[in-house]
Design a protein around this ligand. Structure first.
Ligand SMILES: Cc1cc2nc3c(=O)[nH]c(=O)nc-3n(C[C@H](O)[C@H](O)[C@H](O)COP(=O)(O)OP(=O)(O)OC[C@H]3O[C@@H](n4cnc5c(N)ncnc54)[C@H](O)[C@@H]3O)c2cc1C
Length: 639
């Protein structure tokens, strides 16, 4: 096995799939530089400090000086930003034996830099970003509470609006970097409902009045990463310090958590590589019964297992990174990564200790410390039980869970009620609220989708289109029937769904950005539909909804292609968003065209009653006369 320095080709293989040779070599050079920047501080990272000397500031500064934080936000493209960061972190894991320090690095990067970069306002970024990426300011985040760990939604920390400020009160249980942090992203409830939009995120300066950091808590591992409790007592934070919109806290958190898992576990992969190299060296040099212990198959096999675990963990994380770069939904992949890599890291740390025999158990050899460090992996960033639960839910396994109210933005019944009452009001002549683009849910959706990016009209329309299509229509309109929106994404993944919801959300989202958007309905006979959908609509004539958006004074047909299968039919990459996609105004040609039965019906300013009437005309029973949305026939059925 070569040293990691001599095998960058292997290290860089998977990230470069699909690049030309010239691009590959350009990238290779850049990535070698990222790794070399970590190697250049190896001496400082190796310096020994007394065990109780706490947070290693000097090493922190050295890591910051490599540009690792800056590259994560200032790189030329998202691809560069993610891959340069991941490559450097992996190398950091290999080179740096202080896992407490590297854990603090990953936390700073994910909790604060990522949150601010993706969701922070330009003003907030201007105030803090430079100092954060230079390592001058240290960041942290506070979600967990004494009685709200895995069940973060049950947090009781509140943020009450008061003039131009929010006043935060609460108690947070575990804050990595807490004792040394200058800023903490605090997650607090801005309304007390157990819904996905009840939490908001705030950047809080630790020197603000009302912020009380507890003493550093002693842990069994990661000892140089300071963890403490945090109490907020009438802590005033300016509204400008909100990260993302009010109520978007869980959107921010879920994005941040995905990055935290990628960043902290790629460091773990680097550590696994270091461990593997060390074990190979040891089994070749340690002799028993007149032979190197590596010659005993049982010992060699342990190392082979370590190699397999290392390789698969590494490859999976780079795969996740690639999916993130392509803006794909990585909910399941990240959960798999969390479970797989953290457990492999733990098992290999125990095996490494065992392979070293009695010497492995001697404290000064640090192998016991590595086990203690690795014990944290299955706990932080969402325990592995919670991650397994998520994977099960994404598989559509009914876990029979019993929260009284699902933590989605609105539940199915409330949507049905809203639908019904609006229909009643319509019949009495009240203007429609159907395209209520000022609705909080729509606003949250739009702001998290666009995340402060300045796009032109078409770019905005394309981005919103992808976000709607990928999954979020269900989260906003909440046709989901399960916990935490997981079932919803599964329905979308399975190509089931009710396209009217998507068309409505898309139209409302566009209008919130000043883009005119109308709804179009057409009967189609060759729609690729699932059996459930055919059962639901009563045959294979399907009333299909899509949008037309006015961009540059032209009405463009937004692709009616909302499903992966249809994307395939039209030869476009289904989940890609590069800002230049041709998904808008898709030509429908030849045999590939949808077979529309008649002229489309266009709704420029749609009203509930009109839409209900039309759906009822073609699909009696799909929407009840009272305006109720259809019920799922079974857990696996579409709406
Ligand atoms: C090193 C370290 C650093 C941390 N840093 C931070 C930080 O910076 N910020 C922060 O906010 N938090 C941090 N945490 C807290 C961490 O996020 C929580 O510990 C974690 O979410 C679990 O919550 P809990 O400790 O309250 O355990 P609980 O939620 O009480 O869980 C206890 C046990 O029950 C299991 N369990 C719970 N619910 C379920 C379920 N539905 N199904 C199956 N099993 C379940 C869990 O898997 C676990 O084994 C950190 C933790 C560690 C160890």
């Amino acid at each position: 096995m070569g040293s990691p320095n001599t095998e960058p080709g292997i290290a860089l293989q998977s990230p470069f799939k699909g690049l030309t040779l010239i691009m590959y070599h350009q990238y290779k050079q850049i990535f070698q530089q990222a790794r070399a920047s970590i190697d250049s501080i190896a001496g400082t990272l190796d310096a020994k400090y007394p065990a109780d000397s706490g947070f290693p500031r000097e090493k922190w500064q050295a890591v910051s000086s490599t540009g690792i934080f800056r590259r994560a936000v200032n790189a030329e493209s998202k691809r560069d930003a993610i891959l340069l960061t991941v490559t450097a972190l992996e190398r950091l894991g290999e080179v740096c034996k202080d896992s407490g320090l590297t854990f603090s690095v990953a936390t700073h990067l994910a909790s604060t830099i990522t949150a601010l970069d993706k969701f922070g306002s330009p003003q907030l970024k201007a105030r803090y970003m430079d100092a954060l990426v230079s390592g001058q300011l240290i960041g942290a985040h506070a979600i967990s509470e004494p009685n709200a760990g895995s069940d973060a939604l049950s947090m009781i920390t509140t943020a009450r609006e008061d003039g131009g400020d929010y006043v935060i009160n609460g108690h947070k249980a575990f804050v990595t970097n807490g004792s040394v942090a200058d800023v903490i992203v605090v997650y607090a409830k801005t309304n007390m409902a157990a819904t996905a939009d009840c939490v908001s995120a705030f950047l809080v300066e630790t020197r603000s009045p009302g912020v009380h950091l507890g003493p550093t808590m002693e842990k069994v591992g990661l000892s140089t990463s300071p963890l403490c409790e945090l109490t907020l007592e009438n802590c005033r934070v300016s509204k400008e310090n909100m990260i993302g919109r009010r109520g978007a806290g869980f959107f921010v958190l879920s994005y941040v958590m995905q990055r935290e898992i990628l960043y902290s576990f790629i460091i773990g992969v680097g550590e696994m590589h270091r461990r593997l190299t060390r074990c190979v060296r040891y089994v070749n040099s340690r002799h028993q019964f007149g032979s190197p212990i590596g010659s005993f198959q049982l010992v060699a096999n342990k190392i082979v297992e370590m190699k397999i675990k290392y390789e698969l963990s590494r490859r999976w994380l780079y795969h996740v990174a690639e999916l993130m770069i392509a803006n794909k939904d990585v909910t399941s992949e990240v959960a798999i990564a969390k479970v797989f890599v953290s457990e492999n890291a733990l098992v290999t740390s125990i095996d490494a200790l065992h392979i070293h025999g009695g010497y492995g158990y001697i404290a000064s050899n640090d192998l016991g410390t590595e086990v203690c460090n690795a014990l944290a992996g299955p706990i932080y960033s969402g325990t592995n039980e919670v991650q397994r639960g998520r994977i099960a839910a994404l598989l559509g396994i009914n876990q029979g869970k019993k929260r009284s109210r699902p933590p989605t933005i609105q539940n199915t019944k409330s949507f049905a009620r809203k639908f019904a009452s609006s229909a009643r009001r319509m019949s009495s002549g009240t203007p429609s609220e159907l395209l209520d683009f000022l609705h909080d849910d729509v606003q949250i959706f739009v702001s998290t989708t666009l995340a402060g990016e300045s796009l032109d009209e078409r770019g905005t329309a394309v981005k919103l289109y992808y976000a709607v299509r990928d999954k979020i229509a269900y989260e906003v309109f909440d046709t989901d029937i399960s916990e935490k929106g997981l079932r919803a994404s599964q329905i979308v993944k399975d190509r089931r769904g009710f396209c009217l919801h998507k068309a409505l959300l898309y139209a409302a989202a566009c209008r919130s950005q000043g883009l005119a958007c109308r709804l179009v309905a057409s009967r189609v006979t060759n729609h690729v539909a699932t059996r459930e959908l055919q059962d639901l609509v009563g045959g294979d004539v399907f009333l299909h909804w899509y949008n037309e958006v006015n961009v540059g004074d032209t009405w463009l047909q937004v692709s009616p292609v909302f499903s992966k299968l249809l994307c395939k039919l039209y030869g476009i990459e289904p989940l890609e968003f590069d800002g230049y996609s041709s998904a808008i105004h898709q030509p429908l040609s030849g045999g590939l065209a949808m077979n529309y039965l008649d002229d489309p019906v266009v709704f420029t300013d749609p009203r509930y009653s009109e839409l209900i009437e039309l759906v009822n005309t073609y699909h009696p029973g799909m929407v009840t006369p009272g305006g109720r949305i259809p019920q799922a026939k079974s857990f696996r059925a579409a709406l």
